[in-house]
Structures are given as structure tokens and as C-alpha cells.
Ligand binder design. Sequence first.
Ligand code: KIV
Ligand code: ZN
Length: 386
Amino acid sequence: MSRIVKIFDTTLRDGEQSPGCSMNLKEKLEMAKQLERLRIDVIEAGFAIASPGDFESVQLVANEIRNATVASLARSTEKDISTAYEALKGAANPRIHYFLATSDIHMQYKLQMSPETVIEKAIAMAKFARNLCGEVEFSAEDASRTRPEFLYRVLEGVINEGVTIVNVPDTVGYTTPGEYFKFIEGIKNNVPNIDKATISVHVHDDLGLGVANSLAAIQAGAGQVECTVNGIGERAGNAALEEIVMALKTRYDVYQVDTNIDTTQIYRSSRLLSKLTGVRVQPNKAIVGENAFAHESGIHQHGMMANKETYEIMTPESIGLKENKMVLGKHSGKHAFVDKLTSLGYTFAAEEVLDLFNQFKVLADKKKVISDKDILALVEQKQLAI
Ligand code: KIV
Ligand code: ZN
């Protein structure tokens, strides 16, 4: 049996921190219900102490979602952690997720704390959170820029207090796949009690490496990956959920891990998020972009008609799309053109088809995309001329 990697979705927390992506209470619940249909393992519903609205939405999601763990983020203070628990306590499976930065730059300039104070605080808050909640996750913020020996001590300390998920984020999207792989291996080999916890990764996309880094960490043994629908999130965003999940599924031969995700809900989840936030994905976005399953060039269309695997490495159906899209444009060939005529209910003699095709090419030079209406107009002209 293959290993299962848990998918932790933070669209409603880190994703919502993306400019222009905020959602109201009703919208968050609608998205959470879609995430439940997607069979997400853990839904991070928000940051309960951030605002009364955030508290309310964590509480609502916790009360309504029954088939996923619901988490709330908290800083390393008793007030934050107890507020998170207060919001979560109606959940079927609540998880407190608290964090503290461990890199030198964050400890010195942001926290203004010594490393020893940081380690003591992380451990004390692990104890505090575990007294409230059966499941606690600790994030060592800016872990990828943390001195490894210090990080190992922090992780060992919180695991000793009952933390069962240790998240080691690449908070600023700085790492690279090879480096992050070794970093996870280092944790596995140097934190003595690591077998009592799941290693989680959470990667930002500042260098466009978010998904590659997440996959490298999974190869190194990470058991949970944190990500967002459409890759929304702080700055350049978080690693995109749909890309990680479909890479694991399509290249099972490489990764040899499964997820619990119902991938046929991916497209619907992406569209719903765009509708709720008003933020659209770019057309060439992997998996969910408008053009991800569209084919325009004649050579590709011809290949696709002979065998879809010539130019498609996964099926549109696997992400919940009905079919791929054959787009007619100036690069399209006669095969696709005839196919379109047939699908619109027309058959013509060979020389008429050739004539229509030539007219189509002239039109395609003037228009970016040719619609069914354009084809029908050409056909009508032709019929009048016959
Ligand atoms: O990017 C980050 O480090 C975070 C943590 C709070 C998990 O979002
Ligand atoms: Zn983050």
C-alpha cells in the first residue's frame, strides 16, 4: 500500500491574506463546503484572533464541517491559543495551529527575542495548547532560513509536549527543491523523537518554486503539505493545491504517494474561489487555466483526434471538466475544421470544404479566436452560393 500525503488547505487563512482575496462569512462557508467535497484532510478556516469576523468564520466552519479537520492559526500567546480553541471547539476534529519564528533574522528584528526565549516559549505554548486540544500543530516560521541545529532542538522540544504535526515553512519562498529535500532529510535524521510527529511543509511561491519545493519535500518524507486553491496567498502566493495533487496523481510512478482528494472537484473549487474573490486565474495556469486543456494548432489537434495522449498527460475529466477544448484559430488545420462542421451538423463535398477552409483561414488571420457563430456565417454564405 502506498503512503498517503495529507492535504492541508489554507485558502481561507493564508490565501485570504492575499490582496483582493478577502471573503465574507457566507462566502467562507461556501468555500469550506466545497473543500469538504474536494475531500481536503485539514481546512485552516482562519486566524481566530485576527478580527471578530475571523473568529465568527472559524466558528461557523468548525460547526458546519464534519468530514475534515478544522484548524485555526494562533501566535504563541495564551490569549491567541485560547481564542483559537474557543472558535474551534464545535469542530468534529479541531486542530490548534500555533507558530513562532525561529530564524535569526526573525528572532532578532521581528520578535526581539533570544533563541533561548524562543525555544522556551514554543515549548510552553505546546503544553498550553495540548491542555486545550487533542491535536496541535506547531509551525517554525521561516524554518527554511533557520539554523538547522536550533530548529532540531525546537522541534524536539514541542514534540515532547505532545505536538503531533511539525510544520517547517519556506515562509519567504527562498528555498530550492534540492535544498528543501535535504532540509527535510536533516529533520528526519536529527530530531530524535520525529517518529512521533508528522512533518508538514508550507511553501510560498516568491521564486515560482512553490510546487517544486513541496514535491521535493514529499519525496523526502513530508506527510502533510499545506497549499491553497489557485495558489492564492501572501505576495506571490502559496503552492497551488491543484498542481501538487495532479502532479502526485499524474506522476505516481515518480512520487509513489496518494492523496485523499477527489480530483474531479478541482475545477469546480477553482471556479468557485474565482467567483467569490473576483480574482481570475491566468489562462495558461496549470491544471485550472482556461487554456490548460485547449488545443489550437493543427498539428496538435490532428494528434489529439488520433489519440488524446499525444498532447494530454491527464484527462480533463480527471479534474471535473467535461471535455477538452479544440479552439479554432489561424493555427488550426483542416481536420479540426471538418470536425467542427460535423459537430454543427454540416457535411460538404471535398472541394466545398476546401473553399470554406480557405475562407476560414482568411478570417482567422483577422480574429484571435473563431467562434461557432463565425463558422455558421461562413456556412450560410456558402449555402447561398451553391
Ligand atoms: O508562511 C508561513 O510561515 C505561515 C505560517 C504561519 C504557517 O503562513
Ligand atoms: Zn504562509
